[in-house]
Design a protein around this ligand. Structure first.
Ligand code: ADP
Length: 347
């Protein structure tokens, strides 16, 4: 039985349909990521679960009971936002203690719980500081500590790492994964960042204009996207969606599954014109043009065997030089999409 059930949830503002009849189930101890482009309705859904907004229709049930009747403070959940929302005049200790104070915990309990969570999040030495005396990463850990301290059953995160630099984001991602494993509670996490979604989630719900396009594990979302929207939203660069003459379906093929040399498993090929190549440390991303469609190809540094491509990497080639390449790929690595409704026909 799933613990959190969202049933037929709809919400609109004036003439904008922000959420349209959403259905979603979240099991105990699941890390659900709500993933979608800006404006797809992710935050609205999180805010409705938290009780900060009311839906127009539908229900949210937790352990068989409707949450909608309950005030935010009675919902047994905590929310962490992008902009920390710490009280500037309170110390780190007081910020973390605040939810416990409102809930009338005793001074002894407050001391014990705040200190426990401060140790977990490496904040012990900062408890007397004010938020403005902290770095961005430390502030976000305080916000996280404040959410953790009451040990709620559901955690909601709304783009919590967007204000942090790349290194801190990675550290915080590790911390969140670890916390999720040790706490075994429901985590619901809003992001537009597909890398974050793939690395954190046990289950991803992909949203587009208030509709859920797919709910599945990160692996399934990546390998078997439900439609061309999901395929082109996930992956960097995203899945190539190719319209090849004579093919009944649109073909979806990931950049890492296209080869410059013939392979046993790559039994199909096409000719494309070389466009550009980008270096990114351990690999190159090459773009080639096929019938007005740009194809991205991921090449490990060892796979650059073609001397002409090498010439493009290291110096400006002569402008007049055109380079036609054979690109090889295999049926086993492809998805097929219906041309009309753009759904994956293998689903
Ligand atoms: P996301 O989190 O995916 O970026 P949001 O849930 O914030 O999307 O917003 C979804 C849509 O609802 C957007 O078009 C946004 O402009 C609109 N919206 C959100 N909140 C309000 C509001 N309070 N009043 C009017 N429109 C809103």
């Amino acid at each position: 039985m799933s613990d959190l059930k969202i049933k037929g949830l709809s919400k609109s503002y004036a003439d904008t349909n922000v959420l349209d009849n959403l259905n979603l189930e979240v099991d105990k101890a699941e890390f659900l990521v709500l993933l979608g482009p800006s404006g797809s309705g992710k935050s609205t859904l999180a805010r409705i679960i938290a009780g900060l907004e009311k839906p127009d229709s539908g229900d949210i049930q937790f352990n068989g009971k409707s949450l909608l009747e309950l005030a935010p403070k009675d919902r047994d959940l905590a929310m962490v936002f992008q902009n920390y929302a710490l009280y500037p005049h309170k110390t780190v200790f007081e910020n973390i203690a605040f939810p416990l104070e409102i809930a009338d915990f005793s001074k002894t309990e407050i001391n014990k719980l705040v200190n426990l969570v401060a140790v977990d999040l490496e904040l012990e030495h900062l408890l007397d500081r004010k938020p403005k005396q902290l770095s961005g990463g430390q502030r976000q850990r305080v916000a996280l500590a404040r959410a953790l301290v009451k040990q709620p059953k559901i955690f909601l995160f709304d783009e919590p790492l967007s204000n942090l630099d790349a290194k801190l984001r990675l550290q915080m991602r590790n911390l969140l994964s670890k916390l999720h494993k040790t706490l075994g509670k429901i985590f619901i996490y809003v992001t537009h960042d597909q890398v974050e979604a793939l690395s954190l989630a046990t289950k991803i719900a992909v949203l587009d204009q208030g509709h859920i396009r797919q709910i599945a594990s990160p692996e399934k979302i990546y390998r078997q996207p439900a439609d061309t929207f999901v395929a082109s939203f996930i992956g960097s660069p995203p899945c190539n969606i190719l319209d090849i003459e004579g093919e009944e379906y649109l073909l979806g093929i990931r950049p890492e599954n296209i080869f410059l040399e013939k392979q046993d498993k790559a039994n199909m090929s096409l000719e494309a014109e070389f466009q550009s190549i980008e270096y990114s440390g351990n690999e190159y991303i090459m773009r080639a043009l096929y019938m007005n469609q740009t194809i991205s190809v991921r090449l490990s540094t060892e796979r650059i065997l073609n001397p002409l491509i090498k010439e493009y990497i290291h110096k400006t080639p002569q402008k007049s030089r055109r380079l036609t390449l054979s690109l090889y790929f295999g049926e086993g690595d492809m998805c097929y999409f219906n041309r009309r409704n753009r759904k994956n026909v293998g689903e």
